[in-house]
Write a protein that binds this ligand. Structure first.
Ligand code: ACM
Ligand code: ZN
Length: 569
């Protein structure tokens, strides 16, 4: 594979060196870099090209192509007819049954282009590649005059390395509107990322409407005040709230699906549940009263699992979630569950006794109690045709087969080796926690959770490092996580995502050993132009500029914080 790549890279170089002027002026800056690229010189003008649909395309694919044509007409100002057939001058879309899921092929000559795929995602990825081969103005909303909408001639064969290519956004710590979430989905789709992990419940806010439990959103979505730096007594006094109605969540699911993205919702249980406890205190071990958290950090109050009512609650919530989210997987959290309350709670202790749980093999009875919770929820979801994903902690003690584990602490070198007995998704915080600073000039960046994770470090992650051969087969993919304790405006949210999602996409998509930082860094200039066209805020440190742009809504910096605290004295 490496050998073939080297040969191709050589051919590409030759092609560029020997081709006509117009081909030389057509850069190739597609992120993630496709598997095989052979450019032969010259270009194909899409401006008034017909888009030709072969008979066996399904309706969903046809409508994606029609939307592409409509958008192309808007920005290029030509006429792009969408017609049926197999032949003729134009871009011909064909089903090729020999291509794998998500794969596609482009054959582009001066007179004609062929787009072949064997799945919805394959076709939309082909369209994304075409989009990125065009000038960045393609990603704008208006007619771009004086721009040639020409793509380079040649052949591209492409397929992803991993099937799970995820991005998590935490809307619990800070709520983001449906429109903002859609902007995030738009940029994920540019990078062929295909899972939106929607972290919908947190100690600091419950964000999804559950009809059977209206207080979850009436009370649990609102917190009084927000911690603004590392001192838990420093609070911005205003309330913070917001939630999604079920219709809004369905709208997001449909919007994502059109972009080839599956929404996997997370119900983080049995910890990170203070917002639910604030609404329904009877679900806790002490009975409360509880308040939606307005400070960060791990909270000791978790669901009481010695009560059957807790399981009724969870199953009811999951039942409504399954009705909204058609995803094969539901993420059930499982991270950071302090066992203090369970160890002190008569009901939880009785449950441990009833189940015969005791400390052994390096794990406590209470950790085994968490296994019991995980297994019950897993069975419930499996009985409804779904599967669970949970954070790394679900491995502690005994995890039932069939669970998928999402790492967040460990890389291949340092995770619990039992991980490799399960399907897993790698999101180690050292590379994949995109809530960290992106520059060394942190006092000029908006205040963040700390640490340092620039775009090149995200790019440098190799998921197979330290993984035994048999474990490699269990890695479904890679995910970056954007926790939002301090990420409090849409501009700041986008700033944290970009350009790190670009680097992430190459970790997720490009075959082992084929990433190339120098090539990627050059291509990133084109991505930046795309962000500008899309009106997205991004971190410009790679271009020598530190911090949020002037026009972005300011987040709280340490100086602002000081001013704020002074004003209270
Ligand atoms: C996590 O960072 N607690 C998953
Ligand atoms: Zn209890």
């Amino acid at each position: 594979m490496r050998r073939r790549f080297v040969v191709l890279a050589f051919l590409v170089g030759m092609a560029v060196a020997s081709c006509s002027r117009d081909a030389q002026s057509l850069p190739f800056s597609v992120i993630p870099q496709p598997s095989e690229v052979t450019l032969v010189g010259g270009g194909y003008d899409l401006k008034s090209s017909d888009l030709i649909l072969s008979d066996n395309l399904d309706e969903k694919v046809k409508s994606a192509i029609a939307e592409f044509a409509e958008h192309l007409q808007t920005v290029a100002g030509g006429r792009n007819r969408v017609i049926s057939g197999e032949d003729g001058r134009g871009v011909v879309f064909l089903v090729d049954p020999s291509l794998g899921n998500e794969a596609y092929r482009l054959d582009i000559t001066k007179n004609k282009a062929i787009v072949a795929a064997n799945s919805y995602n394959g076709f939309i990825y082909a369209l994304q590649t075409i989009g990125q081969m065009l000038p960045a103005e393609f990603y704008g909303r208006e007619r771009a005059s004086g721009v040639d909408f020409v793509i380079p001639c040649g052949t591209i064969k492409d397929a992803p390395r991993f099937s799970y290519r995820g991005v998590l956004i935490d809307v619990g710590r800070h709520f983001y509107s449906v429109d903002e979430i859609k902007r995030c989905l738009d940029i994920m789709s540019v990078y062929k990322e295909n899972v939106f992990h929607w972290h919908l419940t947190e100690d600091q806010g419950w964000r999804m409407e559950i009809k059977k439990y209206p207080l979850l959103t009436e009370l649990g979505s609102l917190r009084h005040g927000t911690q603004i730096d590392f001192d838990r007594t420093h609070l911005r006094p205003e309330d913070h709230g917001g939630f999604y109605t079920q219709d809004e969540m369905r709208d997001v699911v449909a919007y994502a699906a059109k972009r080839g993205i599956t929404v996997i919702p997370e119900l983080d249980l049995p910890g990170h549940m203070l917002s639910a406890l604030a609404a329904y205190p009877e679900l806790g071990c002490t009975g409360g009263p509880y308040e939606v958290a307005n400070t960060w950090g791990v909270k000791k109050d978790v669901l009481c699992v010695g009560k059957e009512e807790t399981f009724t609650f969870l199953e009811d919530v999951l039942t409504e979630m399954m009705d909204i989210f058609p995803s094969k997987y539901i993420n059930i959290g499982g991270d950071e569950v302090p066992k203090d309350r369970w160890n002190a709670c008569p009901r939880c202790r009785a449950k441990m006794k009833e189940l015969g749980l005791y400390d052994h093999d390096g794990h406590t009875a209470a950790q085994y109690l968490q296994n019991y919770v995980t297994a019950r929820i897993q069975k419930f979801l499996n009985d409804h045709g779904r599967r669970i994903i949970g954070w790394e902690e679900i491995l502690e003690g005994d995890l039932a087969e069939g669970a998928t584990v999402m790492t967040w602490k460990g890389t291949g070198e340092n995770v619990d080796s039992r991980l490799w007995n399960y399907d897993c998704i790698m999101s180690p915080r050292g590379y994949m926690y995109i809530d960290r600073y992106q520059s060394h000039e942190q006092d000029r960046e908006p205040f963040s959770i700390g640490a340092y994770l620039p775009v090149e470090n995200v790019y440098g992650y190799e998921p197979y490092d330290g993984v035994p051969e048999y474990g490699k087969k269990r890695i479904l993919g890679v995910q970056a996580n954007l926790w939002t304790e301090y990420v409090n405006t849409p501009e700041y949210l986008e700033y944290m995502l970009l350009p790190r999602l670009a680097a992430l996409s190459e970790v997720q998509w490009v075959q082992e050993g084929h990433k190339d930082w120098e090539r990627f860094r050059k291509a990133l200039d084109h991505s930046a132009a795309i962000y500008d066209e899309m009106g997205l805020t991004y971190c410009k440190y790679a271009w020598g500029i530190v911090g949020l742009p002037e026009n972005a809504q300011p987040a709280r910096t340490p100086e602002e914080l000081q001013k704020y605290l002074d004003s209270r004295n």
